[in-house]
Design a protein around this ligand. Structure first.
Ligand code: PAF
Length: 282
């Protein structure tokens, strides 16, 4: 496994792989890797000759400075895990390498990027599109691997890739959960043990709501989920939206779309830590 820090060295390495007819998989990450990331890397290693994992804490997608400051940074441990998973290249550039000048590009793909996280974290998806479009153009991957935990992010990246004419296949990969059901996230390391247990209620309540959906309207299910989670000491819902699984537009009846997903953001604990999760109703 090679650790590369510059775009030029990355391009040189990949052009010889491409010339030799090798397929390339890309797994973009912000580091602080866990089993969820490892599952993406293992899948890419299975499906491609070369797997590039980018480890870059992208400042342009953080609308909250203190969130960026507190984000865990663990490059050494990340590289050890990536080596075990069989990654070929770790691309770990500096901020100056990626943004020698401020990136002034504006991306807009409503409603995918304007609802939910888009509404609560202004500029977040613009920053995600800035970095992911740069990575796609440096690496020119055949396949890009993204965790479904960030359900909305995949929908936005799909639109961006179509819009800019990137030819790669976007591969969504299932959420990896802790035994308690809590979705794995780099932010979980910021929770105390007690908060982690509390946070596990989020998925338990989402799962129960699937049964409720059999004989309740969409709006009733949404309200119930919000009430039940807010009733847990230490949890506070920021939003719970039940949406068309593709367009991410709100739905109000179970017949309104072929796929329907509930997406939630919850604050947990006293710091508090912002956690996201989702459940598929159909
Ligand atoms: O999902 C993430 O970790 C980030 O948003 C991504 C896709 C690596 C872009 O910085």
């Amino acid at each position: 496994m090679k650790v590369i820090n510059t775009i030029q060295a990355l391009r040189a390495e990949l052009s010889s792989a491409r010339a030799a007819g090798k397929s390339i998989g890309l797994v973009p990450t912000m580091g602080a890797l866990h089993e969820g990331h490892a599952s993406l890397v293992r899948r890419s290693v299975k499906e491609n000759d070369v797997t590039v994992v980018s480890v870059f804490l992208n400042p342009t997608q953080f609308n909250d400075k203190s969130d960026l400051e507190h984000y865990p940074r663990t490059l050494e441990a990340d590289c050890a895990l990536l080596e075990q998973c069989g990654a070929t290249i770790v691309f770990a550039p500096s901020v100056a390498e990626i943004y020698p000048e401020p990136d002034t590009r504006q991306f807009s793909y409503p409603p995918t990027d304007s609802v939910m996280e888009g509404a609560h974290r202004p500029g977040h998806f613009n920053g995600v599109c800035q970095i992911v479009s740069k990575l796609f153009s440096y690496v020119e991957p055949d396949r890009g691997y993204f965790g479904e935990k960030d359900y909305q992010q995949i929908a936005v990246i799909r639109r961006m890739a179509e819009d800019l004419g990137f030819k790669l296949q976007i591969i969504p990969c299932p959420v990896v959960r802790e035994p308690s059901g809590l979705a794995m996230s780099s932010r979980n390391t910021l929770l105390t043990d007690a908060e982690r247990q509390t946070a596990a209620c989020i998925y338990a309540i989402l799962k129960e709501s699937k049964e409720l959906a059999a004989d309740h309207e969409v709006d009733e299910v949404r309200e119930q989920v919000i009430q039940q989670i807010n009733a847990v000491d230490g949890l506070e819902v920021e939003y719970y939206s039940i949406v068309d699984g593709l367009s991410l537009a709100d739905v109000h009846s179970w017949n309104e779309a072929e796929s329907i997903v509930g997406c939630i953001t919850v604050y947990c604990g006293s710091k508090p830590i912002r956690l996201i999760d989702h459940i598929r109703y159909k």
